[in-house]
Design a binder for this molecule. Structure first.
Ligand code: GDP
Ligand code: MG
Length: 387
């Protein structure tokens, strides 16, 4: 559907966007033609004697083909036309899972919602696996994998963004149904808008007797955010982190939004990632959570962050299991940095220790040049100002 819309040049904002009646008719027509084209191609490829085996489909295919565009007779269509050989598809960059952040006012239920999703959607850990905070987790849903960043949403998102990296693809704004829009809700909305990240609204705590989801929708409309049922494009999902009501719908909307975003990354490309968080463990050393954005990370790779580098000694997935490699949209905890990198820093990999050191030397030299230039400017300015 979306491919057809793109082809027609029809713009859409979200999965709940409405389309004109005329467009609907056009899409129907295109789909019918495509179906007919598919059938005709099958007939062409099939040896002639097989035609009697499926007289009905052949008939339909020919009629459709004629009415669509082909001026040839039915006979030429089947007997003389070269079988249509599909052009070899260019190797497409594969899709990747969406990375989602949850933001909203304090006590509106961000942690509870994440906990509910984690409890119900994350496969049970293997016996002996260590449960530790990684700052992100992968939820398995019927629509595929969704990665949630669960470092206290707001701060992580803003610090990471402040460093120029965009780690989230979709923002969920949690609004408590008994409290409606609050200062941090507006802030969260502003952040998502500034980052140009699509947002979905989860109206939480709908299980409460005093819940008033309608008021939340009206209040949103006042911010020019118009819920779909009021004729707008904003997806609003009523949920309860307590009972689980609506959570499945929310996950489905996340997947649909991700489809619209057409998120892709090449697991075979050059690696790049972002630090989600890091900490120093007394025994293990520096543990850093890296979100793989492009390429694949392997144990033994050299990573460069700022003017630091490290060799990956071990990696764990968000479930605590040891892994040897991690592709795009995978949060991994990495052991091997000598100093804790800051969240939001970008990570690159180097072939070997020598290459890693070269990158760092270059960065250090660039930094010194910039510092010298700054000092020089300040001196010149002071000289101009006189004694
Ligand atoms: P956060 O500050 O946004 O992370 O909010 P929390 O997840 O810590 O939740 C704040 C309070 O609201 C806690 O007491 C939760 O138990 C409660 N809470 C969260 N979600 C729901 C819900 O869906 N229904 C009800 N009744 N209480 C909820
Ligand atoms: Mg919380």
């Amino acid at each position: 559907m979306l491919e057809i819309l793109d082809g027609l040049g029809v713009s859409y904002k979200s999965v709940s966007s409405t389309i004109e009646e005329d467009t609907v008719e056009l899409i129907k027509q295109i789909l019918e033609e495509e179906a007919a084209g598919g059938a005709a191609a099958t007939t062409d490829a099939a040896p002639a004697q097989n035609q009697s085996a499926q007289p009905q489909s052949t008939q339909t295919a020919q009629t459709e083909a004629q009415s669509a565009a082909a001026p040839q007779s039915a006979a030429t269509a089947t007997a003389e036309r070269e079988p249509e050989v599909a052009a070899p598809a260019a190797p497409e960059t594969p899709h990747r899972a969406p990375v989602v952040t949850i933001m909203g006012h304090v006590d509106h239920g961000k942690t509870s919602l994440l906990d509910y999703i984690r409890k119900t959607k994350v496969a049970a850990k293997e016996a002996g696996g260590i449960t530790q905070h990684v700052g992100a987790f992968e939820a398995k849903t019927s629509k595929g994998k969704i990665v949630f960043i669960d470092t206290p949403g707001h701060e992580a998102f803003t610090t990471i963004r402040a460093r120029g990296a965009n780690v989230a693809d979709i923002a969920i704004i949690v609004i408590a149904a008994d409290d409606s829009l609050m200062p941090q809700t507006r802030e969260a909305i502003a952040h998502a808008q500034a980052a140009k990240v699509p947002m979905l609204i989860a109206i939480n705590k709908v299980d409460l007797p005093q819940a008033d989801p309608e008021r939340v929708k009206t209040d949103l409309t006042q911010l020019n955010l118009v819920p779909e049922e009021y004729g707008g494009d904003l997806v609003v999902v009523p949920v309860s982190a307590k009972t689980g009501e609506g959570v499945e719908d929310l996950l489905e909307y996340i997947s649909l939004t991700a489809e619209l975003e057409d998120l892709r990354a090449d697991p075979k490309g050059n690696f790049s990632g972002v630090i989600i968080e890091s900490r120093v463990d007394r025994q293990a050393g520096v543990l850093a959570t890296v979100m793989v954005q492009e390429g694949t990370l392997h144990v033994g790779d050299f990573l460069v962050v700022g003017e630091n580098y490290g060799k990956i000694k071990a990696m764990t997935d968000s479930g605590g299991g040891r892994i040897k490699e991690a592709g795009p949209s995978t949060p991994v905890q990495v052991l091997g940095f000598s100093e804790a990198p800051a969240s939001g820093e970008t990570v690159l990999s180097a072939k070997n220790e020598h290459a890693a050191r070269e990158v760092i030397a270059q960065r250090a030299s660039d930094r010194r040049d910039a510092e010298n230039a700054r000092v020089q400017r300040k001196r010149t300015l002071e000289e101009m100002m006189g004694p």
